[in-house]
Structures are given as structure tokens and as C-alpha cells.
Design a binder for this molecule. Structure first.
Ligand code: ARG
Length: 421
């Protein structure tokens, strides 16, 4: 190998798994580059320090760990909660939300160390390559993006042979047929038998949610407090956002909440079967949605649901760093001023349902809604309201009926019939 100090320098998004471990010597061989391995801690489990040690042993010039959990929660997850963000109505975007942050960290470290390229371990078939590449091109257009897995055409067996030939230190885990990505917001499991959408996911793929046989028979009640659309307390105990999400993952996971089995449409045009477990996300999103329904007026709720969906699509499609995402988020933030209050969730047998909500900004006025004797709703005015409300339909219906009855040549006949008050 040539003198690496003069060679180009690549910052690799490194997880410690097989792909990105093999990528270290592969990049050195194929690009003659020095490699800095970068692990961004977004709340994935596993021993990140040990992985850094192995990166150095496997030939990285440097290996770094950046703790980005708080940034992840405040800059990415909070907006996602406020946007009730679920791609195709079911996926809380756990992987999709972390990619722009990892890409931003890659760009920053690359600029700091004077690297001329970044690298990631994505295949050429998924959304993640799109998210990484687009984000890096946007933030640091001078950086090249290298994607070894997209280029090298090795299968898993080839990679293991390559690792053996290069005497790489790989963490010997029991041969898992699954590809897993995880962070604070959830866990994605792909591959193996999961690729057959006709078959139920085997229990072994789940890690954060307990097995149906272990779900508690009795429901559990959890109170979640929000301030301006941000979850701030569980069971009336104030918590920082990162521990709060962790706590919710644990509490909801015990009841099997947040298992998702989804036929998903990827950006690159592929349909795929995706399996997730996102217990905390599903519980918090349900609580937030329910609180919004109490404090936001009907027209705003309706309009916002369209904005929310567009926001979720943008995140999924890798367009986090875009003017449209920023503008949608500004709108969403402006709606959250009154999203303060407490929601009671009932967790039971795989589901999280809001069963109570209260807020000082509640728009539910008991004296209007009640059927009891204290009602102050002027029912007598309802008659006049209903008459005017239905008038356009009444007229249109009468015209249509007349038009059907009239002989084809007598167009004017339709005008003869007017609705009577
Ligand atoms: N299909 C999901 C998404 O696009 C999950 C991707 C999981 N990525 C992974 N490298 N295993 O967000």
C-alpha cells in the first residue's frame, strides 16, 4: 500500500457489522485511501467502543464515536412527533430520521479532517443510499460519496472469505440471517424468511417487544405529559427527552406495542416487506395525535394532516435538508403552541390507545357538548342553521331531477323548479 498520508482520505460511516468492517480494507485497497471510521451513536444498542477498537485493528487510521442521541431526539424525533409522522400510515421512520443526522456528522468530520470523500455501507437497492448521498451532496458538494457494498458485488459468503483472507477482527455473533438497523426511535429487521410476505415474521426477529405469550393479561395505564408538542413527563415524572423515549420503549415494549409488518414502497421503485418494532414511537405518536385532537380546531387538524403526510414522505424520500421540509416544519411548529396537556394511554396486548386526555387549551367545552341539563348550546338555532346548510344540495338535487325528466331538447325546463323554503 502507498503512503497513506499523501493518499486521499475517506470518512466511513461505520457500524461494526460485517459490511462496514470489510469496507475498511476494501477502501484502502481500491482507492488507496486512508480510512477514518465514524460511528454515530443514535441510540443503537451494542458495544460501540469495542467496534471502534476493531476498526483500528482492521486498518482504520482513526476511529471515532460521536454521541448524537440528544441531537437526534431534539432536532429529528421531536419534529417527527409533532408531525405525527408515519410513512404510509404505519412506519414511524426510525431509520429514515437517523440518516440525515449521520450524513451531517459524516460531512462535518470529513471537513474537519480534510477528507475528500465519505463512505457508507448501503446497497444499491434501498432508500438509505439515497438519503446519505443526497444529504452529503447537499451539505458538502465537494465531497465524493463511496458506497463499497453498491460497488463490490460480494455476497455475505464472499465478504466472510474476504474478511478471513485479510485476517479481519469481526465480532463473532451467531450467524444471523437478518439485517438490523436500530436507534432510539425503533428497530428495522430485514432479510431471511422475512423476504416472503406470505409468511408471518418469526418471533426471533423481535428484540424490543416481548412475545405474545408474555404480554401482561392486565392493561397498563401510562400518563404522558406534553408541552408545546414535546413529551416532557411520564407518570407525572419530568424526564429529559432521551431517557423518556427509552422509558417508553421499555414500558410499551413489554406489552408488545409497536410491532409493524408492512408492505412498503421504496423510493427506488421496489415494493418490499418490512418488519419493525417501534414501541416508544407508536405509543408517543398515539398520545400526541390524541392531544392534538383535543386542542386544535377542526379545519387546522384537517389541513395539518396533509402537511404531516407530506413531511413524512419527504423524510422517507431522503429530502430532510430541503427548503420544503423546513417550511413544513415551521408550519407544524406554529401549531404546537397549544399542544400542552396530559394523555392517558392504555397499553394492552400489542396496542397503545389513548383513553383520556386533558389540557388547559382544550377546545372541548363541556357546557356545549353535554346532553345534561347544564347545556348552554342554543338548540333552537340548529333548525335555521340546518336549513341554510342544506340549501345548496337541495337546489342542486332539484335541478338534476328536473334535467333528467325534461325532454333532451328542452334545456330551459330544468330552471322551472325552485326549492321552497
Ligand atoms: N425500509 C426502511 C427504511 O427505508 C428500513 C431500512 C433499514 N435499513 C437497513 N440498513 N437495514 O427506512
Amino acid at each position: 500500500m502507498t503512503d497513506e498520508r499523501k493518499a486521499p482520505h475517506v470518512v466511513l460511516a461505520y457500524s461494526g457489522g460485517l459490511d462496514t468492517s470489510v469496507a475498511i480494507p476494501w477502501i484502502r485497497e481500491h482507492y488507496g485511501s486512508a480510512v477514518t471510521a465514524l460511528t454515530v451513536d443514535v441510540g443503537q444498542e451494542g458495544e460501540l467502543r469495542g467496534a471502534l477498537e476493531r476498526a483500528r485493528e482492521n486498518g482504520a487510521r482513526d476511529a471515532r464515536l460521536v454521541d448524537a442521541k440528544r441531537e437526534f431526539a431534539t432536532e429529528f424525533l421531536v419534529p417527527a412527533i409533532q408531525a405525527n409522522a408515519l410513512y404510509q400510515g404505519v412506519y414511524p421512520l426510525s431509520t429514515a430520521l437517523a440518516r440525515p443526522l449521520i450524513a451531517r456528522t459524516l460531512s462535518a468530520v470529513a471537513e474537519e479532517v480534510g477528507a475528500d470523500a465519505v463512505a457508507h455501507g448501503c446497497t444499491g437497492k434501498g432508500n438509505d443510499q439515497v438519503r446519505f448521498d443526497v444529504a452529503v451532496h447537499t451539505l458538502s458538494p465537494q465531497l465524493r460519496v463511496i458506497a463499497p457494498v453498491r460497488e463490490w458485488n460480494m455476497n455475505r459468503e464472499d465478504e466472510i472469505r474476504y474478511a478471513e483472507a485479510h485476517r479481519l477482527k469481526i465480532r463473532v455473533t451467531a450467524q444471523s440471517p437478518y439485517s438490523v438497523d436500530e436507534n432510539l426511535w425503533g428497530r428495522s429487521i430485514e432479510g431471511g424468511v422475512l423476504e416472503d410476505p406470505s409468511r408471518a415474521a418469526p418471533e426471533e426477529v423481535y428484540d424490543w417487544t416481548s412475545h405474545p405469550g408474555d404480554w401482561p393479561r392486565e392493561p397498563e395505564t401510562v400518563r404522558v405529559r406534553f408541552e408545546r408538542g414535546i413529551p416532557v413527563a411520564i407518570q407525572d415524572e419530568p424526564m429529559e427527552i432521551v431517557p423518556l423515549i427509552r422509558a417508553m420503549n421499555r414500558i410499551a415494549g413489554a406489552h408488545g406495542v409497536g410491532r409493524i409488518d408492512h408492505i412498503e414502497d421504496r423510493v427506488v421503485g421496489i415494493k418490499s416487506r418490512e418488519t419493525y418494532e417501534c414501541p416508544g414511537a407508536i405509543a408517543l405518536l398515539e398520545a400526541h395525535r390524541s392531544l392534538e385532537s383535543l386542542v386544535l380546531p377542526r379545519d387546522l387538524l384537517s389541513f395539518k394532516s396533509g402537511v404531516d403526510r407530506r413531511f413524512a414522505d419527504l423524510v422517507y424520500e431522503g429530502l430532510w435538508f430541503s427548503p420544503l421540509r423546513e417550511a413544513l416544519q415551521a408550519f407544524i411548529t406554529s401549531t404546537q403552541e397549544v399542544v400542552t396537556g396530559t394523555v392517558t394511554l392504555r397499553l394492552h396486548q400489542g396496542s397503545a390507545r389513548a383513553v383520556g386526555r386533558e389540557s388547559e387549551y382544550s377546545l372541548l367545552a363541556h357546557e356545549l357538548a353535554t346532553y345534561g341539563t347544564q347545556s348552554r348550546f342554543p338548540q333552537e338555532l340548529a333548525v335555521g342553521f340546518i336549513h341554510l346548510y342544506g340549501l345548496p344540495n337541495q337546489l342542486a338535487h332539484a335541478r338534476a331531477r328536473a334535467a333528467r325528466a325534461a325532454p333532451a331538447e328542452d334545456v330551459g325546463a330544468a330552471r322551472a323548479v325552485l326549492p321552497t323554503a
